[in-house]
Design a protein around this ligand. Structure first.
Ligand SMILES: [Zn+2]
Length: 301
């Protein structure tokens, strides 16, 4: 509704006074931008349009999850849309790093403060998920293959491996930015030494999603596939097995995780640089010159 009102002016014939622009300078927004640095915007994604959750309910749940060291202030920006202000910068970083957050089966998306976009126009189309890649040949359970497979889904943020970039275990864990408007990828065909392997994808902390079409958030129009599938008598193709069963994080055992550093915006930045964390120290990984895809070198910070 608020969005409709903001678009209405486009069809109006504006008076001369209304045509006048009121220009805002950087100095005038200094205060809000500064305070904004300790804020995030959160949205509860729910396909049930009348499911409004109160500020108090969300706030008490979030406080339970986040175990913050400082205080938290909540402001309502719209329907299921909140501005969350942290007293401590460290708390904000932890909340952003800890994504995704799921509230009673629904995604609670959090985005860093962006002072330029009106809240009604902030798009929450993508969300970070930890994916588990199952049935990989052992030779493929490493950083480079994780990056390649993960990039076929979306922007890769982290890959869970040891300091040598090896991720042996029951599965390889990769944190990927997933497009919520598309069906969740169930896997990928991997070709290695002439053999094709079907790599199964599972998702940690996966919220409710549609078993008919595999989409997490349909939007107001609802499921486009459900009625046609029912008419054809077709069985569902997306199933609960896509939800990873336990929350055991391998990184807690190895204390090593590689973060993919991104430049401004492009998904292709995936291969540009990687940054690793080991205990308290910080290491940077740079693609070796001439062979960006397959070789990485360590550089102590
Ligand atoms: Zn659906």
């Amino acid at each position: 509704m608020e969005e409709d009102l903001s678009k209405m002016w486009e069809s109006f014939s504006l008076s001369r006074d209304e045509e006048e622009e009121v220009e805002v300078t950087a100095t005038e927004v200094k205060g809000t931008i500064t305070r904004g640095q300790s804020c995030i915007v959160g949205k509860l994604v729910s396909d049930v349009s009348d499911q409004l959750v109160s500020k108090e309910t969300i706030k008490s749940t979030l406080l339970g999850w986040w175990k913050l060291s400082g205080t938290l202030t909540f402001k309502i920006l719209g329907e299921n849309l909140f501005l969350i202000e942290f007293e401590k910068a460290r708390d904000k970083d932890r909340v952003l790093e800890g994504r995704p957050w799921v509230f009673e089966g629904n995604l609670f998306l959090v985005e860093d403060f962006d002072g330029r976009t009106p809240p009604s126009k902030i798009t929450f189309e993508k969300a970070y998920f930890w994916m588990r890649m199952l049935h990989l040949p052992l030779a493929c359970m490493g950083r480079e293959v994780g990056l390649k497979l993960g990039s076929s889904v979306g922007r890769v943020e982290e890959i869970d491996t040891d300091k040598d970039g090896i991720g042996w275990g029951k599965y390889l864990r990769v944190k990927v930015l997933v497009d919520l408007s598309k069906p969740l990828p169930r896997g990928r065909k991997l070709k290695f030494e002439g053999e094709i392997h079907w790599i199964v994808f599972q998702y940690e902390r996966l919220p409710k999603f549609c078993f008919q079409c595999g989409i997490i958030s349909h939007g107001p129009e609802g499921c486009m596939k459900r009625s046609s599938l029912q008419n054809q008598g077709t069985t569902v193709e997306f199933e609960p097995w896509m939800r990873a069963s336990s929350m055991t994080r391998r990184v807690e055992r190895s204390q090593v995780r590689f973060t993919v550093k991104h430049g401004a915006g492009s998904d292709n930045e995936n291969r540009r640089a990687m940054e690793g964390r080991h205990g308290n120290g910080r290491r940077h990984l740079d693609p070796a010159a001439g062979n960006e895809e397959s070789r990485w070198t360590f550089r102590e910070n």
